[in-house]
Write a protein that binds this ligand. Structure first.
Ligand SMILES: CC(C)(COP(=O)(O)OP(=O)(O)OC[C@H]1O[C@@H](n2cnc3c(N)ncnc32)[C@H](O)[C@@H]1OP(=O)(O)O)[C@@H](O)C(=O)NCCC(=O)NCCS
Length: 203
């Protein structure tokens, strides 16, 4: 598992699919992602089967936020495509739980995946595509260090109008890791604390 100050990124389990089914069928969520048609529970099961046939590092990760009641599933994210000869990956993220939007969780998850791409997979560039009308996502990517590189003009038709799709990317050399990245692989690691974030009990 990968840890950030408030999140952990773990493998997707079949139990996550019920939640994912709700999210991808929520119009407020799917207006921003590629699946704009209702999906069935069976579609979700087949999606996970397809993901499990991918190389490990391209498989989606479930995002869980630390809450007072324990870890709570709030979305998923992945390096959906990796081009090894060119050393780039394409990043995708969905926080399905709208209660967690706008509190920095998305930025934190994107920072973690970018760090994983650069410092674990030894990639050179991370890129993504975002619809122009998705202002929240664009800002989150910007905060995580991504720059606007270009646009696919009128590439998206949604609710009776064409919209541009924006291309954003960050290069390894221009990436500034967040402060907490230094205590990788989990916050507190440098201080010798365990992943529960309690100081180790002296023996
Ligand atoms: C996109 C997404 C990952 C962002 O994560 P998040 O946790 O909501 O975003 P963050 O809180 O990290 O950052 C959002 C930023 O956008 C800003 N923002 C929110 N709504 C905005 C709007 N309408 N216009 C401009 N900025 C906006 C916030 O103020 C914040 O910036 P700030 O910290 O400078 O104030 C998440 O909202 C999500 O998954 N949404 C649904 C699916 C989706 O859009 N996926 C991405 C497809 S490319």
């Amino acid at each position: 598992m990968f840890y950030t100050p408030r999140l952990r990124l773990r493998a997707v389990e079949p139990e996550d699919l019920e939640q994912a089914w709700e999210w991808v069928n929520d119009p407020e969520v799917h207006q921003f992602i590629t699946t704009t048609w209702p999906l069935s529970h069976q579609d979700e099961v087949e999606w996970l089967e397809r993901q499990r046939r991918l190389p490990l590092w391209q498989r989606p990760l479930s995002l869980e936020a630390r809450t007072d009641e324990g870890w709570r599933l709030i979305g998923n994210a992945a390096l959906v495509r990796i081009e090894w000869p060119h050393r780039w990956a394409e990043l995708a993220i969905m926080l399905g739980d709208k209660a967690f939007w706008g509190q920095g969780y998305g930025t934190e998850a994107v920072q973690a995946l970018t760090g994983i791409a650069f410092d674990i997979l030894n990639l050179h560039r991370v890129q993504l595509e975002v619809y122009e009308y998705n202002a929240r996502a664009r800002r989150a990517y910007e905060k995580a260090g991504f720059r606007l590189e270009g646009r696919r003009r009128e590439a998206i038709f949604y609710r009776g109008a064409y919209h541009d799709s924006l291309l954003m990317a960050v290069l390894r050399a221009e990436w500034t890791p967040p402060e907490w990245w230094r205590t990788w692989p989990y916050p507190g690691a440098a201080a010798g604390h365990g992943i529960t974030e309690r100081p180790a009990t002296p023996r």
